[in-house]
Every structure is written in structure tokens, then in C-alpha cells.
Design a protein around this ligand. Structure first.
Ligand code: ADP
Ligand code: SF4
Length: 695
């Protein structure tokens, strides 16, 4: 299909100093968990986005000096010749598809705890990075930089810029955002200096200006120099000469870089979860930058709608459509718009599993795109699969795992039948995405159903509750069982021990609520799953007018959602809805009138009046259907393989189910021993090994 002319503007080339980007799609630097220890993984991951049409593709932050070490987070470096070789793989991959390659030169200052290098952190005035509530606290405090330290910092930027140019980068970033060192100089909260680098805004901007100059001089104007700057706080600070300090800073720097990359100040606002924040949420904080400079401006906002992108350009907010998460979820987003295939875009759902991977210290994972991070290790391409499927496959269960498996099996050319006992496909998503804030997550089902409905070799069977005999009678060559997991009515004990089931009337699990059970209030939601569902259910019950108490064994509400940047906003949502929150508590008993709690460390008992108890605790996989099929296999089933996948195999987040479904679909028919029931394949040699010398 030809491109919709409405989107032509997105494909205009744009000059960035000495370089020209072929279009307005700009993959801004973002964490990928891929350090220099995984150069081929990184090159394949970034190169895929260039293949998918992004005009600029940046690698993530790269430390310029050992005095900036981000461990335990995965941290790339640009310190020496080995680092140059490592990054060169990425720039080659990006250039091979006609895109520009960028690198974010990074010094974390007080925010870098230097846990590995053990060098002291540096800061303008000795003010520590305020990690007040996060698990990444450190007892180390930064030292105050003197004039010589500042000269060194500027020199390091220049030296790193030379190495970056040698590695083949076209765009070199000075990074004054997100609490890192140049940002600390910009902000009066961190910068109490009385020399030429502190005090007035003009003085606080001086370091950033000098860093930009150093990078430009080091590369003799051959590379474009970008400034990445956080505008959220600056945009709220009054200025004596401009509407805000943000305006004043941009006006002072308006001619300094070749490109402004504007963003928010905190991970939870910059990479905001869709549960609480819509597409384009940065705009009020960055929309004035474009008017203050002639240089192009890039910004993000989880843009997946081409119409929103066009609007950002036409309204003069941005010149480049920045993408981090949308480029992970769909590396081919630009090409799909270019080819008039907008309906094929695999839209980011804003769940932030990707950022959780960085917090976990591993290569990026994505709910929507199971191939992210697997491009080199497993050779997975997000769009292309070998057309090698022959025969019929029956997929039982149309949740995230079954849907993904069916799409990929269909792409491989199998004749696919997808059955679900429900009249709606989507599995757990059908109910969960009706909970407050989770509607966007339904894109996981919508995208896949959209693809399946276009495939002539796929047939959908809703409202089909299949027994083992039904499956046997179907006579498929391969069977995929993706029937999901169930929530247990089990409590939990102290010291990591599970406790018994509790089956009193008035006790519910999420499965009961999904089937339509209506608890009466007051309700205790007891959460030891610790991700999104407990708090989302509490919100939903409060929305229905019930008095709700949220109780958890963890030290914080939805404790794991810290990993996905959702936790601060979950607290705000609980407070807004009048939901009380008790942490570090075990539920030990429920009698239909009250819930008994015990403090997890001291054992101190208290009671809360409650007519209902909702337990969001453990999920159990396994499948009766699968067990029966195994029994029947030798007698009546002719299938070459029976595959258990998704939550039925191993319960987890939606991302885990999608990945399992994808892998199952890739591997069906390719195993040597097809007669045996398919189980996990052994790891391939590439699973963990990568280095500059790896071929
Ligand atoms: P996952 O996350 O692994 O995809 P879900 O729980 O989201 O798992 O989805 C599992 C789906 O399987 C549900 O939609 C459920 O209706 C369906 N299902 C379970 N058992 C059967 C069965 N015997 N026949 C058809 N569909 C089934
Ligand atoms: Fe988007 Fe979620 Fe994928 Fe991140 S993990 S890119 S938020 S869909």
C-alpha cells in the first residue's frame, strides 16, 4: 500500500548540524541493559530499528570515565580502544540501513554510586542524589568538585567524543538530565557553588555550554552535538528574566548544540506508565523550546499514533518524533507508516516491563515484542519468520500466549486453528484491561487478533471449551496448550513459607472477580503477588463504592511495581480513592466479619472489620487438558508434538506468556525428536556468550 500523504511530513529529511537524518523518526538513547560485554546483542538490537526505518538510532548512555559507574545497573562505557571496537559493531549495523548513529556521553555525578570502580562520586556541592525511597540507596556521599575537577570533566567529554567518533557515531550527546552531573550543575538544589559555575542561571549553564564546546572542538565539527536536557523542574522555577528558568536556560544555550533532546527529570515521569499517564504527557514541559531556538528539537511521549506525530511537528512542538518504548515494541513502526500499514503497528502498551529489565540488570524485554533482545542470541526477527510450516496446528487457549503462538505459526505457514472457551479472545486481558488504567494493555490482544483475522490459513474458534477427546478428534499435527494459570486461595506464612488454603465464604481470588463475583464491603485486598493486580483490584472495588483496605506482606504497596515506575502513582491512586494501605502484614485469619493481621517481623496482631477478603497471591500453572492429552497420546492422538506454553507452563507477567508463546511457535516442527512431548529445549550456545571477538 502507498503511504498516506497525510504522513509525508514524517518522512522529510532534517539537518542536524553537519549531518542529515533521512526522516523524522528518532530513536532517542534509552536503556537496553546491553553493555559493552554484549556488543553483538546490542548491535543487532539497535540495527533492527534502523532496518525498521528509524532515521536516527542511538545507543544508550555510555560512561565517559571510571568516576561514573552505574552498577548495579548495566552500564556501557566509552573508556578505551576496546570500547571503540565494541560500539563500532552497533554503528556499522545502524549505518548499513542508512540511519545515523548517536551516543549519549554520560557522567552520573552524585547519582553514580561507583559500586564497582569504588572511586568517589563527584558533585557540584556535595549534595547527594536523593534516593529516599528506592532500593538503590548507597551510604556513599559525593565529594565537591574543585576547579581542576571541572577542567577534568570537560577534558573527559572531549576525549570520549574523539573515541565516539572513531567508533563511527554521527551524533554525540551531552547529557544534562535525569539527576546526572551536568544537570546537577543546572539545578540550584544541587549547585550551591559561589564560583563562575554557581549562583545565577547564566553561571549554572556555563558547564553545559563548555561541555558542548569541548565535544564539538574534539571532533572538529564533523559530528553533530546534541544536548539532552530535563525540563520538568526547570519549567516550574521562576526566573527574573524569562517566564521560567527553563526558558532562560534554553535561551542562553539556543545556539550551542545542533539538536535539543528534551525530556522529563524523573524515571517515573519520563518513562511514565500508561496506567496513569497518556501518550504525549511531556508536551506541557517542553512545548516552548522549539520557539526559542532554530535548532531541531526531539522529544518523546510514547508516541504510537502517526496522527499525533504529525500534530507534534505541525504545531511546532517537535521536529523529530522521539521514540524509546514505541521503537522497542515495534522496530518497524516507521516502515509500516511508510508502507501504509498503520494497522500493523505493534503499539507499545506502556507497561514498562522494558525499564524493569534495566532495573533487573538484564537485556531489554518487551511485552509486545518478544523478539526484543533476542535478535542476535536467538536470531529472532520481529517481522520475518521462515515460511517453513507444514500441517495443521491446534492452539487451545487464546490468551496472550495462545494469540502470539497462533500469529507466529500462521506466519510460518501452518494451517492454524485457535480455540478458546470464552466468546472473547484475550484470556486474562479480557477482564484485567477493564480495571482502572489498564485499557491500553488490551493492545496485546487487539494487535494479534488484527493480524490473525488477515491470515487465510488461520481459523478462530471462540466459545469452544475443548476436552482432551475434542482435541484428539481434531487430529492436528501439532497441539499447543495455552490454557493459562489460576489464582489460589492460599495465604502465605512468615519466613517465605506458603500457608494453607482458606475457603470461607466471602474469600475471593481475581479469577472469581473475573467470573463476576461481587464482594461486599468493607473488603480487604491481601496482596503478596506484589505487582499491579492487587492495587488495580483495590482501585476497582473502591470505584464500585466499597470501603477497601489494601494489605501486603511487602514493605510497600505493589512493591515490584517500583521496577516499572508505577509505584509512586499507585500510592497516589490508593490515596485518591480513600484506600487504606498496610504494609509488612500477614493475613492470618478471616471469619466473615473481620480479618486478622500479624506484623510480619514482630507478630503484633490487629483486626480489621471486613466482610470480604480478596487474595491476590499465588498463581498456579499446569493443565488438566495437557495431562489428559499426554495420557491419550499413545492411544488415540496422532500429533507429532504436544506443547504446553504460557502461564499454564510457567505463570508470570503478560510479557512472560507472550515470550513463551512466541518461542513455542518458532520451535514447533524443528525439534529432532518430534514424537516426544515438547518440553523446554536446551539452551543454544549463543544464549549467554557474547564478546567483541565472538563471530
Ligand atoms: P496466557 O497468559 O498463558 O495466555 P490466559 O489465562 O491469559 O493465559 O489465557 C488462557 C486462555 O485459555 C483463557 O482465555 C481460557 O478461556 C482458555 N482456556 C482454558 N482452558 C480451555 C479449554 N479447555 N478450551 C479452550 N480454551 C481454554
Ligand atoms: Fe512498551 Fe511495555 Fe514493550 Fe516497554 S515493555 S516497550 S512499555 S510494550
Amino acid at each position: 500500500m502507498p503511504r498516506n500523504p497525510r504522513y509525508d511530513i514524517l518522512f522529510e529529511p532534517v539537518r542536524i548540524g553537519p549531518k542529515v537524518a533521512k526522516n523524522r523518526f528518532f530513536q532517542v538513547p534509552h536503556a537496553s541493559g546491553m553493555t559493552n560485554a554484549a556488543p553483538h546483542v546490542r548491535a543487532a538490537f539497535r540495527g533492527m530499528k534502523a532496518e525498521g526505518g528509524w532515521g536516527v538510532v542511538c545507543t544508550g548512555a555510555a560512561s565517559i570515565d571510571p568516576s561514573s559507574d552505574d552498577s548495579p545497573f548495566p552500564c556501557a562505557t566509552i573508556w578505551d580502544a576496546a570500547d571503540i571496537r565494541s560500539h563500532a559493531l552497533m554503528t556499522d549495523a545502524v549505518h548499513s540501513h542508512g540511519a545515523l548513529a548517536g551516543i549519549e556521553l554520560w557522567h552520573g555525578g552524585a547519582a553514580a554510586m561507583n559500586r564497582t570502580t569504588r572511586l568517589p562520586s563527584q558533585s557540584p556541592s556535595g549534595v547527594p542524589w536523593m534516593a529516599t525511597h528506592v532500593p538503590f540507596m548507597s551510604s556513599a556521599r559525593p565529594r565537591i568538585m574543585d576547579a581542576e575537577d571541572i577542567r577534568e570533566l570537560i577534558r573527559w567529554h572531549g576525549e570520549a567524543a574523539k573515541r565516539a567518533e572513531q567508533a563511527g557515531f554521527d551524533i554525540l550527546y551531552v547529557y544534562a538530565g535525569m539527576g546526572y552531573l551536568p544537570y546537577q550543575f543546572l539545578m540550584s538544589d544541587y549547585n550551591h557553588r559561589t564560583d563562575a559555575y554557581g549562583g545565577t542561571v547564566r553561571n549554572r549553564v556555563r558547564l553545559v555550554q563548555e561541555l558542548i564546546d569541548a565535544v564539538r572542538e574534539a571532533t572538529h565539527g564533523r559530528c553533530a552535538v546534541a544536548l539532552r536536557i530535563s525540563m520538568q523542574e526547570l519549567s516550574t522555577r521562576p526566573s527574573e528574566v524569562a517566564p521560567t528558568e527553563g526558558h532562560e536556560v534554553i535561551a542562553l544555550l539556543k545556539d550551542a548544540p545542533d539538536l535539543f533532546d528534551v525530556k522529563m527529570d524523573y524515571s517515573a515521569t519520563d518513562c511514565a506508565a500508561s496506567r496513569f499517564t497518556p501518550e504525549g504527557s511531556h508536551e506541557p514541559f517542553v512545548n516552548y523550546v522549539r520557539a526559542l531556538t532554530d535548532k531541531p528539537v526531539v522529544g518523546v511521549g510514547r508516541f504510537t499514533s502517526p496522527d499525533t506525530m504529525v500534530s507534534m511537528v505541525k504545531r511546532g512542538v517537535l521536529d523529530f518524533i522521539g521514540g524509546a518504548r514505541p521503537s522497542i515494541a515495534d522496530p518497524f513502526l516507521p516502515n509500516k507508516i511508510d508502507e501504509g500499514r498503520e494497522e500493523d503497528i505493534r503499539e507499545c502498551i506502556g507497561c514498562n516491563i522494558c525499564i524493569s529489565s534495566w532495573h533487573d540488570g538484564v537485556w531489554v524485554r518487551c511485552t509486545q515484542n518478544p523478539t526484543a533482545g533476542e535478535e542476535w542470541r536467538r536470531g529472532w526477527h520481529p517481522e520475518k519468520l521462515p515460511r517453513d510450516g507444514a500441517g495443521r496446528v491446534l492452539v487451545v487457549g487464546g490468551g496472550p500466549a495462545g494469540l502470539e503462538a497462533a500469529v507466529r505459526l500462521g506466519q510460518r505457514g501452518f494451517e492454524v486453528s485457535l480455540a478458546d472457551k470464552s466468546d472473547q479472545f484475550g484470556g486474562r486481558l479480557v477482564w484485567e484491561t477493564k480495571l482502572p488504567g489498564l485499557r491500553t494493555w488490551n493492545r496485546v490482544a487487539e494487535y494479534r487478533l488484527g493480524q490473525l483475522r488477515k491470515m487465510a490459513n488461520v481459523t478462530l474458534f471462540p466459545a469452544s471449551n475443548l476436552s482432551a477427546q475434542d482435541v484428539a478428534d481434531f487430529g492436528a499435527d501439532h497441539i499447543v496448550v495455552a490454557t493459562g494459570a489460576r489464582w489460589l486461595k492460599r495465604l502465605c506464612g512468615s519466613n517465605e513459607l506458603p500457608a494453607s488454603e482458606i475457603n470461607e465464604p466471602g474469600v475471593y481470588t481475581p479469577d472469581d472477580l473475573a467470573l463476576g463475583a461481587r464482594p461486599t464491603g468493607p473488603v480487604v485486598v491481601f496482596d503478596f503477588d506484589n505487582y499491579y493486580l492487587g492495587s488495580a483490584i483495590a482501585e476497582s472495588l473502591a470505584e464500585q463504592g466499597l470501603a477497601v483496605h489494601y494489605v501486603t506482606t511487602a514493605g510497600a504497596a505493589s512493591a515490584w511495581s517500583f521496577m516499572t515506575n508505577e509505584q509512586p502513582l499507585i500510592y497516589q491512586a490508593l490515596a485518591r480513592r480513600g484506600i487504606s494501605c498496610r504494609t509488612l502484614q500477614l493475613v492470618t485469619a478471616f471469619n466473615g466479619e473481620s480479618v486478622r493481621l500479624a506484623q510480619i517481623f514482630t507478630g503484633e496482631i490487629c483486626e480489621i472489620a471486613a466482610k470480604s477478603l480478596v487474595i491476590v497471591g499465588q498463581r498456579q500453572g499446569g493443565s488438566q487438558l495437557y495431562a489428559e492429552l499426554k495420557e491419550l497420546r499413545s492411544e488415540t492422538i496422532v500429533a507429532k508434538s504436544i506443547n504446553l506454553t504460557g502461564d499454564a507452563n510457567s505463570p508470570g507477567a503478560i510479557a512472560h506468556a507472550v515470550w513463551q508463546g512466541h518461542r513455542t511457535a518458532r520451535e514447533i516442527g524443528l525439534r529432532g525428536d518430534e514424537i516426544r512431548i515438547a518440553r523446554d529445549a536446551p539452551f543454544a550456545p549463543r544464549d549467554f556468550a557474547d564478546s567483541v571477538s565472538a563471530s
